[in-house]
Design a binder for this molecule. Sequence first.
Ligand code: ATP
Ligand code: MG
Length: 411
Amino acid sequence: MRDILPDQTPLWQWVEARIHNVLERYGYDEIRLPIVEVTELFKRSIGEVTDIVEKEMYTFTDRNGDSLTLRPEGTAGCVRAAIEHGLLHNQTQRLWYKGPMFRHERPQKGRYRQFHQIGVEAFGLPGPDIDIELILITRRLWRALGLDGLELQINTLGTADERRAYREVLVDYFRAHEERLDADSRRRLESNPLRILDTKNPEMRALVDNAPSLLEHLGEASRTHFQTLCEALDRHGVDYVINPRLVRGLDYYALTVFEWVTDRLGAQGTVCAGGRYDGLVAQLGGRPTPAVGFAIGMERTLAMLEEGGTRPKLPALDAYLIMVGGAAEAKGMELAETLRDTAPALRIQCHCGGGSFKSQFKKADRSGARYAIVLGEDELERGVAGIKPLREKGEQQDVPFEAIAAFLARE
Ligand code: ATP
Ligand code: MG
């Protein structure tokens, strides 16, 4: 789990603000969700036989003996909240959320145990039009962040019935090559054979690439849904690749799934992933409600920006207030408060802890402030402060208290 240090937070804030802005422009509303949910919620939604539930969850028993889990993703909690608060009764919802997610994975570049997502979910809309909107949103997000070089991969998982039929074909295929399956896949052959397509084991790559494709086992409606999506993407000039191996690591998806991937981040190339999960709301006890969403991995997005040379810009202080002597210290804090009242745009830091002019000037310099405001007994008597530029040459000059805000704003 990583700390995000002060030299990094400006970039985080910038990225978050850009993303919020785009989501607002499409009419999506923020929902804030708890970080802890009952374990059962994730088992029932993500699926028992998935990497997340089998080996990645932070699960603990609380003082009541209830099994709770730090959320590994946001969709389950969002659906739980939407059902619990009646947000889905005869209405559509377009929601977004952000925050930390927790998975006990092997930490490496782009893969952490606490990471952050911004997620978007749309409820109550069955057609491919909303799938298209979500993909258009993501495209606009990359533009807003100045990111290029991301590839859109799409696939369809069909309906539950179609997957059931396909499952048999797939199991036959893998059975015929059972000696080439790793231990995980051999186990999944019984419990969840589609998961095998999602393997991260490079030695199984060829086997998986040659597996029969679900695309050939789709019914009319699923085929049309997918075709409409593809045609709309063409119309909007969105480039994409159909990847029949894209099954996503979570059980609740159906029909459309997509990922935005890059080859610039090494093995951890998926920056954003999403899809349709029409069955989940009913599965969690709500009325049947179509749903589709995606989540952006913030760490990977930031890594791409850093690769591309986007540096966090630290907002500089306008002034560092130097105060020598008890009377000056008392007056100085007051002066700073008045300045913050009258000129809200100014960033002013007050020296704390006393000391000589010399030592305080050193701190002022290190603070990165544009100006030092100097207040000693002499200035106090004359009702002025000394103002000295710190980033360029220039003499210290006397400025009456009332004129300081205007002086700093003007310079
Ligand atoms: P992966 O295949 O890389 O494990 P996933 O399919 O498990 O990803 P999702 O559950 O779809 O990932 O999460 C959506 C996005 O969140 C991912 O595309 C990725 O950008 C990010 N993400 C997932 N797990 C992590 C992690 N452990 N550390 C950092 N980012 C992550
Ligand atoms: Mg994963």
